[in-house]
Design a protein around this ligand. Sequence first.
Ligand SMILES: Cc1ncc(COP(=O)(O)O)c(C=O)c1O
Length: 382
Amino acid sequence: MKKVYLDNAATTQVRDNVIEKMQDALANFYGNPSSTHSFGRSAKTAVESARKTIAKYINAHPSEIIFTSGGTEADNMILRCAVRDLGVTTIITSRIEHHAVLHTVEDLASEKGTRVLYVDLDKYGNPDLLHLKALLQKDDGKKLVSLMHVNNEIGNKMDIATVCELCHSNGALFHSDTVQSIGHYAWDVKAVPVDFMTAAAHKFHGPKGIGFAYVKRNSGLKPFISGGSQERGNRAGTESFHNIVGLEMAFIEAYDNLEAETAYVTDLKSYFIDRMKEEIPAAKFNGHSGDMDKSTFTLVNVCLPIDPQKALMLLFHLDIKGIACSKGSACQSGSDLGSHVLTEILSEEELKRPSVRFSFSKYNTREELDYTVQVLKEFVEK
Ligand SMILES: Cc1ncc(COP(=O)(O)O)c(C=O)c1O
């Protein structure tokens, strides 16, 4: 059966040379990086070299990179430690952040009494910067703003430089969940001086279960996990060595091929939008995902003109046809709470129709997209 993987915002296919690197690491570098013998020392050298590589590409200092188990841990670490160690009493965020941020701030509110304020969003899901400024100027203690660069469901790309500057000029710290943009966009932490950001290798053709937190030097954050002195004393636990070198390789490949791969995937997205407009003109792109300038080149989220009764069958039908994508819709069944992102920005009428997220990578082809549009069109017209 034909198989088409269009769920790259959920996770991506691992590059062949990343797999080779990791196999070599598992087979030959089994020393514990904390051991002082040669086996340990060579593993330690490779971990530190990976840290340096990542720092170099984003113009950071190696000590600012802390390897974690992925985006969720990095977001948790930053938000929880900012409250615990930096005296943050108010967190300003939005209701369309990833649950790694939203559930963490909710927990901080109930466990620590942290005040959580949500910035208003426009109908596309953009944060209202005048409202953000007003929240920042409220006189209620030390603040941290947490707003993502690229939204994982609707693809909106925030003007991170402007938001960063707004936070800093009002004395607030700024964290950005950059899990959907690191590996896809060039970064320079000197040009956009975020205090904290997060990454996950599996979003850019690396392994799952590894990522990093960027934590600006002298931030004052203390370790989140207690134990040994790994990660220069910043995160306890024996390093996931094979994952770290896999992350490094995926990172190098992503950035060394950034221009060509961005152009290729941008062409795919633009082609998909054009084909959808031709074949299913009543389909509507959610958020800014249909706008090539205001959204990431990696995904679209589309609301389809399908009866609510038929909607439940859509993903099942796509799956049968070999097409993997993600539901981007609101509540379709009793057991499913639906998308908190779409619930914030769509009308009640729109929420009754199914929305689907298609996300692309360098491994997709135009021919796969033609097939997908054809399958969708047949389903819509059935
Ligand atoms: C925006 C965003 N933040 C955080 C995460 C969590 O990352 P991880 O799966 O590495 O824990 C994801 C993954 O879906 C994401 O898309």
